[in-house]
Design a protein around this ligand. Structure first.
Ligand code: LMR
Length: 393
């Protein structure tokens, strides 16, 4: 049986992690996978996480199963963190999932169950696992223009023109903030236009929220999402705690489905529970319980917000300094967008050949589309990095 298997196409981001690990050069630089790093290049465990884990260790009395929907307190806290007061709670069904990827997967399956005819529209470009999962599940997928390579901003006209081709009931996948891979994000005004379009055309927004708190702030990063949630009858949201709580390996995420009327909420909730049961049964508890403890305790929550704010501001400073270094190195302002983009990534606009040269000649690792992880930028080595980029241009 197993000899009939073909070798699957590698995920480019995971493949790059392997290449970087195998490189023996001491001065190699990892701007690849989206993992936060501090100035010393470490991915720290946040203070509030350590404190909450300690409390959990001391107080937890059983490792018996949680509920199929996960930890109720976690789901409720995440609902508040994401939606605030934007939607009546009796229209929101939520469940805990293994990471944000788990949430995206569960919601794709929910779409498939609810409307097998629905296509899912995703931005060109997007996180490569979006199209990969859609293809894996056999869901019809279509793309909309998103990124203007000349200005490195959102191609909003192109986006609207392409979405004009969507049919009633189609799902439009958006990044809640900090677009991955481009770093270019719609303005609040553009979110309003999209909300109006979706409501008028009967399109369902699905929002992948993997970086809340990494862009303009915890609440600012969901201002567009909250506005839209108040305008459309139905919405799906996949949230990740990997980045903003630094809980990558603990796999903490949540999936939410907003229904058009409260009587539909228990049905959506039942389907989320049943999808969990079909795919992995009970979600993992430790990381989610840790998040629930932090968000439910005013002191720990404040500690978490402060540390997250520090990480966010650090990335903004790196953006500013790197844009300046690139100005000096290239004697031009063509990389100024790095300073205005938000989130963990920016796409530099280099060719795959230039990206390959940076890797082979300079030990600098970024994904083939020239996406860089801002948190990986070396505060003390920005001029050297900018010079390498100028050298391969
Ligand atoms: C990334 O885009 O690098 C991150 O979201 C990590 C991943 O799982 O791909």
């Amino acid at each position: 049986m197993l000899e009939a298997l073909n070798t699957p196409a590698p995920d480019k981001i995971i493949e790059l992690m392997g290449l970087y690990a195998a490189d023996t050069r001491e001065d190699k630089l990892d701007l690849g996978v989206g993992v936060y790093k501090d100035a010393q290049g470490r991915t720290p465990i946040m203070h509030a996480v350590k404190a909450a884990e300690k409390r959990l260790w001391e107080e937890q009395t059983t490792k018996s199963y949680v509920a199929l929907l996960g930890d109720t307190e976690f789901v409720e806290q995440m609902r508040g963190l994401i939606f605030g007061e934007a939607v009546p709670t009796d229209r929101i069904a939520g469940c805990q999932t293994p990471g944000g990827t788990g949430a995206v997967h569960q919601l794709f399956e929910l779409i498939q169950r609810a409307d097998p005819e629905a296509s899912v529209w995703y931005s060109d470009p997007t996180w490569p696992n979006h199209p990969a999962m859609l293809a894996h599940l056999g869901i019809e997928a279509k793309t909309y223009r998103y990124f203007d390579a000349a200005t490195c901003e959102v191609d909003f006209e192109g986006m609207l023109a392409d979405l004009a081709g969507a049919k009633v009931g189609d799902v439009v996948l958006l990044h809640g903030c900090c677009h991955n891979p481009t770093g270019a994000n719609p303005t609040l005004e553009q979110w309003r236009t999209l909300a109006e379009l979706f409501a008028r055309r009967g399109l369902v927004p699905m929002i992948d929220l993997a970086y809340q708190g990494f862009g303009d702030g915890i609440d600012s990063d969901v201002a567009g999402l909250r506005y839209m949630a108040g305008q459309v009858p139905e919405m799906l949201v996949a949230a990740s705690c990997s980045k903003n709580f630094g809980l990558y390996r603990d796999r903490v995420g949540a999936a939410f489905a907003i229904s058009s009327a409260p009587n539909l909420t228990p049905i959506a909730r039942g389907n989320l529970a049943s999808l969990n049961r079909m795919n992995f049964s009970f979600p993992p508890d430790h990381g989610a319980k840790t998040v629930a403890i932090i968000l439910g305790d005013s002191g720990l929550r404040m500690d978490w917000v402060t540390e997250l704010e520090g990480m966010r501001r650090g990335m903004l400073t790196l953006r500013q300094s790197f844009a300046e270094a690139l100005r000096r190195a290239t004697n031009s302002d063509r990389y100024d967008f790095v300073a205005t983009h938000r989130g963990m990534f920016s796409r530099l606009g280099l060719t795959p050949e230039q990206v390959a040269l940076l890797r082979s000649d300079h030990g600098i690792y970024m994904t083939g589309d020239s996406r860089i992880n801002i948190a990986g930028l070396p505060a003390q080595g920005l001029d050297k990095l900018a010079a390498a980029i100028a050298a391969v241009e």
